[in-house]
Design a protein around this ligand. Structure first.
Ligand code: DUC
Ligand code: ZN
Ligand code: ZN
Length: 465
């Protein structure tokens, strides 16, 4: 047998195993993993490299309306940045604006993605207006069509759901078999704190972190868990920032509840001190995201949660805004108070290097755990397995060839996103993607984009079983 492509002599890493093997690929599918495979029409020498499943980033925001600010990445630049960071699949969110239908929101979002993506993609939904027709018809029918996960918010004026609404949405998800992702921060507590801080003239970006301390996240996490227990629905607590919410999830898991956890690079690489600045012209706004990054003790708590399996997935929560831009972080309204600084930071391209460097190189996790956290578990959690997320015959040939020795310093100038900065500027890492292969096609190599918009396919997920 010959192959279209053979990746020769690499160290193949999956969530389970590390073996030296060739990978034979034809028709975009992995056909064989083994020693001394027959020749390929094309061959790539991977003898000094790790061959891992392409990253799957199951929490990214692209081309999403955001409270009047303009997101720095649409599908094209966002997925370009994704492949440059070793990813092959991304999962952004189709948002239902209040007053709009859910189906039409999904269709409009899909139209934006069609033909524009460098990476494969599937969508979660964001449900902001759970009307009787959304809960009675639209949501069940979309879930049956393969949109099997959606996010709900416990804060933000234009997205927040009441407890009653959360319960109704959870009940609906339970009956149609969906997984609910929950943004856990308490709306009223944040508004209370924000009003007080503003009255005291504390409006600089740093006070964003003060306005939503860990207790606010812990309380909402517990409330979401209680609602999930009442309705017997699986939930994913997203972007967990520190010990207190992590321990709530662990408590729920030990109780046997179907509660899953996600964390992100900002919670092991940034702290609230990054938000410090004297006024709105200072750079603190670059780090405004929610929940906010906390402190070094929180990093250790997050590692504890990663090591002990509280967190199944490590996502970027890529939510990019340009900094020096009237529609970005420094928009005129944003200069008046942290309340108006758009929440979110770019990170789709730096997720893998940060986790590899701080996790694998610094000895906190194994390389197999790295694969589970960045790819395999995302595929399993969100219905893309066994097509995506591992290296074995029959899987899509989505791979990242990884140089485990490569030292790099994260800098804006080497990244491919649409933002004008990276919050990780100057961070030294060891381990870097050398090549990204999407269904058998090299789409990124040594800093150069080889793929094209449209290479990425929409992934229809199967309905729940
Ligand atoms: N939640 C996210 O998941 N991303 C960006 C902003 C937010 O609040
Ligand atoms: Zn969120
Ligand atoms: Zn997010």
């Amino acid at each position: 047998m010959t192959y279209d492509l053979v990746i020769r002599g690499g160290t193949v890493v999956t969530a389970a195993d590390t073996v030296r093997a060739d990978v034979g690929i034809s028709g975009g599918i992995i056909r064989a993993v083994g020693l001394d495979l027959d020749r390929g029409a094309k061959e790539i020498d991977a003898s000094s490299l790790l061959v891992m499943p392409g990253g799957i980033d199951s929490h990214v925001h692209l081309a999403q309306p955001f409270n009047g600010a303009k997101m720095a990445d649409g599908f094209e630049s966002g997925t370009r940045s994704a492949i440059a960071g070793g990813n092959t699949t991304v999962m952004p969110f189709a948002t239902q604006p209040r007053g709009a239908g859910l189906r039409v929101s999904v269709e409009e979002y899909k139209a934006l993605a069609d033909g524009a993506c460098y990476a494969d993609h599937a969508f979660h939904m964001i449900v902001s207006d759970p009307t009787p027709s959304v809960l009675g018809q639209e949501l069940p029918s979309l879930v049956a069509d393969g949109y099997t996960s959606f996010k709900v918010f416990m804060t933000y004026d234009d997205l927040v759901l009441s407890d009653r609404q959360l319960l109704e949405v959870f009940e609906c998800a339970r009956s149609c078999g969906a997984l609910v992702m929950v943004h856990c921060e308490g709306y009223d507590a944040i508004r209370f704190m924000t009003d007080r801080l503003e009255r005291a003239g504390r409006t600089a970006p740093y006070y964003h972190a003060v306005s939503r301390p860990e207790s606010v996240e812990r309380e909402a996490t517990h409330r979401a868990i209680s609602h999930a227990e009442l309705t017997d629905v699986p939930i994913m607590i997203v972007h967990v920032s520190g010990r207190e919410p992590m321990e709530q999830i662990r408590w729920a898991q030990l109780k046997g509840l179907k509660v899953y956890g996600e964390t992100c690079p900002q919670y092991i690489a940034l702290t609230a001190d990054d938000l410090r600045g004297l006024n709105m012209d200072e750079t603190g706004g670059k780090y405004v995201c929610s929940p906010p990054p906390r402190d070094h003790a929180s990093w250790e708590a997050i590692w504890e949660g990663i090591r002990t399996g509280v967190f199944q997935v490590f996502s970027s929560d890529h939510c990019p805004f340009r900094y020096d831009d009237v529609e970005g972080k420094l928009r005129p309204q944003g200069r008046t108070s942290f309340r108006w600084v758009p929440n979110g930071i770019p990170g789709i391209e730096t997720r893998l290097p940060i986790l590899y460097s701080k996790g694998v190189v610094e000895g906190r996790i194994t390389v197999n755990e790295f694969v589970a956290l960045t790819s395999t578990n995302h595929a399993k959690m969100y219905g893309l397995y066994p097509r995506k997320g591992s290296i074995a015959p029959g899987f899509d040939a989505d791979l990242v060839l990884w140089d485990p020795q490569r030292k790099e310093t994260i800098r804006q100038e080497i990244l491919h996103h649409g933002a004008d900065y990276t919050p990780y500027e100057g961070l030294a890492v060891t381990g870097w993607p050398v090549m990204t292969i999407l269904r058998g096609k090299p789409v990124f190599e040594e800093g150069r984009i080889l793929g094209e918009p449209g290479d990425g396919q929409f992934l229809k997920r199967p309905p729940p079983r």
